[in-house]
Design a protein around this ligand. Structure first.
Ligand code: SF4
Length: 434
């Protein structure tokens, strides 16, 4: 046990600064924001905030069963936003792309065709990039899989959460296993190079045996990637409202899954991500660096990153607030997309901290010499907490690389938030979630 952390499951630091630190900004012109930025290896993220149901654990920016022509009106706005971005940001080259949400396969084929038309017009060539596309068992069809494959999608990611219907139900995501297996079969048949499923541990009534049943099912399916997510009962979600918080056996479940996956020939890339070791898997060259390259987000709820400013639309969890933000987005004229008015400005210290957090929580680790080149100082001098991780045996240095040990990775959800600055932590704590 370590004395550094009281709580192993503090929160998931998948980005820094967290979106709860965003606030209204005096409008900033995107052409000025992006003028001095490197634009030859950008990440393109497209957000489709629509799902066929609202899962009980989910606090993502999405709406279930949108009515009437809401999706089509949204796609029209997406096209206007992309046109404005092309003009004012002038992206040179995209190095990676992801379409998420929500459930992008909620869209029908003509809508998917329109989506890819928008993406290509912006200048991305999906067949040449690592491209990830999210989906659900109920909304993916053979026709959609074939279309996505033909467009160049090389990684598909499906939220399954559990291979036991009782646990799916307790997570507030009722679905039929026959639909899940049918969806996996058609993705395999289509030949996507990487198939990922997301699983959740910590559900009500889940035991090591029932959890390992799901892990084993994913392994037997020979899935390329398996993401395991600890259940966080977040405010305003279905599980939080039910007042039915499960008993916390997450660390035990996590360690059991880790052991089973490593024994089955998976490598651990991060606390959540396990990848099948498969030397012959076709992999498109990755030129985008999450620590250094910018991100262009399209759509309501999508975030965009320059070195000095992160921005997006506003964020909400309650249905009527999400709907109102999507409606506002959909009514915007092209010119309205030329400025950022919600987000956070990152002073140099926060840029450095971001570099550290994004590097440390991944198995590729922190490149000390690159940090010195960029910021002119040593990360262990700037952030003495990193020394504590070394002292506790949670990290090691090998030459110019600082990385977490296997035990350190187990504590990622404590280490990430522990590395947040005090101003960011204060902003997050004061965020009024609606
Ligand atoms: S977990 Fe996925 S499918 Fe469920 S509501 Fe959230 S985005 Fe939609």
């Amino acid at each position: 046990m370590t004395t550094l952390f009281d709580n192993i499951f503090d929160s998931y630091a998948y980005s820094y600064p967290h979106k709860h630190s965003y606030r209204s900004l005096a409008p900033l012109s995107l052409s000025a924001l992006w003028k001095e930025e490197k634009k030859d290896a950008l990440f393109l993220y497209v957000h489709l905030p629509f799902c066929e149901m609202r899962c009980g654990f989910c606090n993502l920016f999405t709406i279930a069963n949108p009515k009437d022509d809401m999706v089509d009106v949204y796609l029209d706005a997406l096209a206007r936003e992309a046109d404005t971005i092309r003009e004012v940001v002038q992206p040179q080259h995209f190095g990676q792309m992801a379409v998420g949400g929500g459930t992008p396969t909620f869209l029908e084929i003509p809508q998917l065709e329109k989506l890819f038309g928008i993406i290509r017009k912006l200048g991305a060539q999906p067949e040449l990039l690592p491209v990830s596309f999210e989906m659900s068992p109920k909304t993916i069809t053979a026709e959609k899989a074939q279309f996505l494959f033909s467009q160049g999608v090389d990684r598909v990611s499906m939220g399954v959460q559990s291979f036991l219907e009782t646990e799916q139900k307790s997570l507030g995501r009722p679905q039929k296993n026959r639909e899940v297996f049918a969806a996996l079969d058609l993705l395999k048949k289509q030949g996507f190079p990487t198939i990922n499923v997301d699983l959740i541990y910590g559900a009500q009534g889940q035991t090591p045996d029932t959890w390992l049943y799901s892990i084993d099912a994913a392994i037997r399916y020979e899935l390329d990637e398996i993401f395991i997510y600890p259940l966080y009962v977040r405010p305003l979600t279905g599980i939080a409202k039910s007042g039915n918080a499960p008993a916390d056996n997450r660390f035990e479940l996590y360690l059991a899954a880790k052991s089973m996956l490593l024994n089955a020939g998976y490598e651990q890339v991060s606390m959540r991500m396990f990848r099948k070791i498969k030397p012959d898997r076709p992999v498109r060259p990755l030129v985008y660096s999450c620590q250094e390259d910018g991100m262009i987000g399209l759509g309501a709820g999508a975030r965009s990153y320059t070195r000095t400013v992160h921005y997006s639309s506003e964020y909400a969890v309650a249905r009527h607030n999400i709907k109102s933000i999507i409606d506002q987005y959909s009514m915007k004229a092209a010119a309205d997309f030329s400025q950022a008015d919600y987000g956070i400005i990152l002073p140099q210290e926060e840029q450095q901290r971001r570099f550290i957090i994004k590097s440390v929580l991944h198995n590729s680790g922190l490149d000390i010499s690159r940090y010195r080149e960029l910021y002119g100082s040593h990360p262990l001098t700037d952030y003495p907490q990193l020394q504590s991780l070394l002292d506790e045996g949670m990290a090691v240095t090998e030459g110019q690389l600082f990385h977490l040990t296997s035990r350190g990775i187990d504590y990622s959800d404590a280490i990430g938030p522990w590395l947040y600055s005090t101003p960011i932590r204060t902003l997050i704590n004061n965020f009024a979630l609606q």
